[in-house]
Ligand binder design. Structure first.
Ligand SMILES: C[S@@+](CC[C@H](N)C(=O)[O-])C[C@H]1O[C@@H](n2cnc3c(N)ncnc32)[C@H](O)[C@@H]1O
Length: 257
């Protein structure tokens, strides 16, 4: 089955995004890894933005991702780490909708809205089944999605807007996005990310990432988790653990029910 949102041509610019959200969740997951003190699995580990800091903080972490270009960036970054950190990394290419790692984990997380890449009921169910089967009886599963801002309707569609501009290794990167299309029946948005990369020779190249993201209201995601064998034991609106009503994210901490 086709996998979308794998940053095939844009992986090397993924980490250039230095918005706060891309930092605030790291300590949140490290805290859970410290508390649970066992093997950790991150589904959709990407460039290792969270994976590497978890490994650096002394935990054995397994990372699964479908995108070779994202994992190439992970390994390039990991090379700069200590041998202990590198030894803590167990990375494989795979599909979070269908995986078998032949072991169980104390902590499994699907961070930064990655679960929203799974559009159909079947994909979500398969991923949750594999996650359930890989979690120890006393383990925790954490999943994050964004909170829909009010009611999403046709007005969600918007022309190109700039998100940020930055310089990475002397290369200028401007990222914009276009809100292309929304499927209100199936609750899926289709944004496109565009990276304008200006090289040292002054030439600008344009790279596109066409995303598809299922959106959930708080009760819908809670029900989906319950139907698939999980009990939500904590829920937060952001990584500072504010209430779900206050924050712009939905973060569910679950155990096997
Ligand atoms: C938004 S990025 C998150 C990366 C990283 N966890 C982070 O927080 O920065 C989503 C990642 O999920 C991966 N992905 C998307 N669909 C997947 C699937 N079905 N199985 C495994 N990985 C998938 C993509 O390749 C991408 O690296």
């Amino acid at each position: 089955m086709k996998i979308t949102n794998t940053y095939k041509t844009t992986a090397k610019y993924y980490d250039s995004d230095n918005k706060d959200l891309l930092k605030d969740d790291i300590d949140f997951y490290i805290d859970y890894a410290n508390k649970l003190n066992g093997k950790v699995l991150e589904l959709g580990c990407g460039t290792g933005r969270i994976t590497i800091p978890v490994a650096r903080s002394g935990h054995q972490i397994w990372g699964l991702d479908a995108s070779e270009p994202m994992l190439d960036v992970l390994w390039k970054k990991a090379k700069k780490e200590s041998k202990t950190t590198i030894d803590n990394l167990n990375i494989s290419t795979g599909d979070m909708r269908n995986f078998e790692l032949n072991q169980k984990f104390k902590l499994i997380f699907i961070p930064f809205r990655t679960f929203q890449n799974l559009i159909t009921d079947e994909e979500q169910k398969n991923c949750l089944k594999c996650t359930y089967d890989h979690l120890t009886d006393d383990g925790l599963f954490i999943v994050n999605v964004f909170k829909p801002w009010g009611l999403i309707d046709g007005s969600w569609v918007q022309p190109e807007q700039t998100d940020y501009e930055t310089i990475q290794d002397g290369i200028k990167i401007k990222r914009t996005h276009i809100r292309e299309r929304v499927d209100l029946n199936n609750q899926v948005i289709y944004p496109t990310l565009i990276y304008y990369v200006t090289n040292k020779d002054g030439k600008t190249e344009k790279y596109y990432e066409h995303l598809a993201m299922k959106y959930y209201y708080v009760d819908q995601l809670r029900e989906l988790l319950q139907k698939n064998g999980f009990e939500v034991i904590n829920e937060f609106g952001y990584y500072d653990k504010c209430s779900i009503e206050e924050g712009g994210e939905i973060i569910f901490v679950c155990k096997r029910s």
